[in-house]
Design a protein around this ligand. Structure first.
Ligand code: ADP
Ligand code: MG
Length: 233
C-alpha cells in the first residue's frame, strides 16, 4: 500500500451562486521516502492538492490516505493533531515571524511536538549555524527559506510539503534549496512533495505528477533522478 494516496479527489469551492471546481479528479500515489513533484501551470489545482494533503483544507469527495489512514474523514480536532505532528509545510514566501530570531522561529514549531529535533541542530543541518540569532530581515531570501525548511523539518514530520519553495528565489539560491530538499529525502528518508510550475525542476524527482485543469494527467517515475548540480534552467 502506498504511503500517500489520493483517489478521485474532488474539491469544489462555492462562491455565492458559482461553484469553482479546483480539483476535478485527482488520483495519484507516492511511496515513503520519495521526492515527488506536482507539476502544472498556474490555476491547475496544485496548491489545493497540497493544502488537502496537509490537512489545511478538506476535499469535497474522494479518498486521501496517508500512512494507512483516510484523512478525508478526519474531524477538525484530528486534523489539528495531524497538521501538528505529521506535516511540515514550506511556503513560497517563507512565512517567518519577523520579530523572532531564526532559532526562535524553529523553536515555535519544535515546542509543539513531543519528539522534536534540537532547533540549533536543525539550523546547522541547513547550513545556518552562524545565523541562529539573526532576525529574518537580516537574512537573504534563500537563508530565510532555509530557516523555514529547518522549522518544518525540526518537528520530524512524516511528510514535508513545499508549495513553490523556489518561486521567490534566484537561480543559484533556488538550487541550494532544492538540494536541501532532495537530501532530506535521500539521506533522511523523508517523504517530500514539491509543487511547482517550473518543468525544468522535474528531472530531480523520483516521481512527477502532472496536473492540468484540476486533473492529474500523467504520473511518471524517474529511475535515475538528476542531481541538482547538473540541473539547468
Ligand atoms: N479558497 C478558494 N476559493 C475559491 N477558489 C479557489 C480557492 N482556492 C483555489 N481556488 C481556485 O481553484 C483553482 C485552482 O487553484 P490552485 O489550487 O491555487 O492552483 P495552482 O496552485 O495550481 O495555481 C483556481 O481557479 C483558483 O482560483
Ligand atoms: Mg499554487
Amino acid at each position: 500500500m502506498p504511503y500517500i494516496e489520493m483517489n478521485h479527489s474532488v474539491k469544489r469551492y462555492r462562491m455565492g451562486d458559482t461553484v469553482i471546481e479546483a480539483n476535478k479528479d485527482v488520483t495519484f500515489a507516492i511511496e515513503q521516502g520519495e521526492l515527488a513533484i506536482i507539476l502544472g501551470a498556474s490555476g491547475a489545482g496544485k496548491s489545493t492538492v497540497l493544502n488537502i494533503l496537509g490537512g489545511m483544507d478538506t476535499n469535497t469527495s474522494g479518498q486521501v490516505v496517508v500512512d494507512g489512514k483516510d484523512i478525508s474523514g478526519y474531524s477538525a480536532r484530528q486534523l489539528t493533531d495531524y497538521r501538528r505532528n505529521d506535516i511540515g509545510f514550506v511556503f513560497q514566501f517563507y512565512n517567518l515571524v519577523a520579530n523572532l530570531t531564526a532559532k526562535e522561529n524553529v523553536e515555535l514549531a519544535s515546542e509543539i511536538v513531543s519528539d522534536a529535533q534540537d532547533p540549533v541542530q536543525a539550523l546547522t543541518d541547513v547550513g545556518l549555524r552562524d545565523r541562529v540569532n539573526n532576525f529574518p530581515a537580516q537574512l537573504s531570501g534563500g537563508e530565510q527559506q532555509r530557516v523555514a525548511i529547518a522549522r518544518a523539518v525540526a518537528k520530524n514530520p512524516k511528510i514535508l510539503l513545499c508549495d513553490e519553495p523556489t518561486g521567490a528565489l534566484d537561480y543559484n539560491t533556488g538550487k541550494q534549496v532544492l538540494q536541501i530538499l532532495q537530501d532530506m529525502s535521500r539521506q533522511r528518508g523523508a517523504t517530500v512533495v514539491i509543487v511547482t510550475h517550473n518543468s525544468a525542476i522535474a528531472p530531480i524527482a523520483d516521481r512527477v505528477i502532472r496536473m492540468h485543469d484540476g486533473r492529474v494527467t500523467a504520473v511518471e517515475t524517474n529511475e535515475h533522478p538528476m542531481d541538482i548540480k547538473d540541473l539547468e534552467w
